[in-house]
Design a protein around this ligand. Structure first.
Ligand code: HPA
Length: 269
């Protein structure tokens, strides 16, 4: 495992002429951030040794290096989901490679169903914490020496970055919610009973990604900031049929707000 990570990192280092300490996973709602990247150069996942290749609609697979403002960044366009059939090791492989490349902070986005009664479709939710509801843990197995066998998760999402993001949202007059994201395997959306269960468990929003990458980032000592775009509601009386297309549509509508917050935050951090 470690050899593979190091082999991939060595391949990338050889191609890189920048030294980013900031990485972004361009999940749903953040696709248009690529247009803000200057001096960009790209490497397709298919050309990177040991990298899984992404398959899901709306996600094309490549690493994009360049600048956001005056900050060197590395962006993942396309992520790997557990529901696609990838193992947890594959889902989180790129985060471990990031660690080898010297990444210190990771920014993530996703689409999620809202269970908090104060939420509306199109809201942005700054992730303050998560619940891991995936059936397999990404750190299961031999511990890689990037971090301890039993990693602390008391601040999985950087409090300092959350505070800065709230400040930015205020300045820019963008409404943001805050809440707990529960990560589940999918690919089904929730039944009404499942949404209710997740609410009882203490979550504000549910989605099918992010938690594995965030766990591994924490294990590697990478700080994390995440935002969910609320694309549908899992609230009794408000539950309607959901489709991937509708999720995408709601996420696209919220995209400019999400991009503004992320870009500002990355520049100020
Ligand atoms: N559930 C799970 N994943 C999701 C949802 C949802 O309601 N909306 C967007 N991603």
């Amino acid at each position: 495992m470690l050899e593979k990570i190091q082999e991939t990192a060595a391949f990338l280092k050889d191609k890189m002429h920048t030294h980013p300490e900031t990485a972004i996973i361009l999940g749903t709602g953040l696709g248009s951030l690529v247009h803000e990247i200057t001096d960009a150069y790209e490497i397709s996942y298919k050309d990177i040794p040991n990298f899984p290749v992404s398959t899901v609609e709306g996600h094309s697979g490549k690493l994009i290096f360049g600048k956001l403002g005056d900050k060197d960044i590395m962006a993942m366009q396309g992520r790997f989901h557990f529901y696609e059939g990838y193992s947890m090791k594959e889902v989180t492989f790129p985060v471990r490679v990031m660690r080898e490349l010297g990444i210190k902070t990771l920014f993530v986005s996703n689409a999620a169903g809202g269970m908090n009664p104060d939420f509306s479709i199109g809201d942005l939710m700054i992730i303050t914490d998560h619940i891991n509801f995936f059936p397999e843990h990404p750190l299961r197995g031999k511990n890689i020496d990037y971090g301890p066998r039993f990693p602390d998760m008391s601040e999985a999402y950087s409090k300092a970055l959350i505070a800065k993001a709230i400040e930015i949202a205020k300045e820019k007059n963008i409404k943001v919610q805050q809440g707990i994201y529960i990560g589940t395997q999918g690919p089904t959306f929730e039944t009404p009973a499942e949404y209710k269960m997740f609410r009882i468990l203490g979550a504000d929003a549910v989605g099918m990604s992010t938690v594995p990458e965030v766990i591994v980032a924490n294990h590697c000592g990478i700080k994390v900031f995440g935002i969910s775009v609320i694309t549908d509601l899992g609230l009794e009386g408000k539950i309607v049929e959901v489709s991937h297309e509708e999720v995408q549509k709601a996420a696209d509508a919220a995209q400019p707000k999400m991009t503004t917050i992320m870009c500002e935050l990355i520049n100020r951090s």
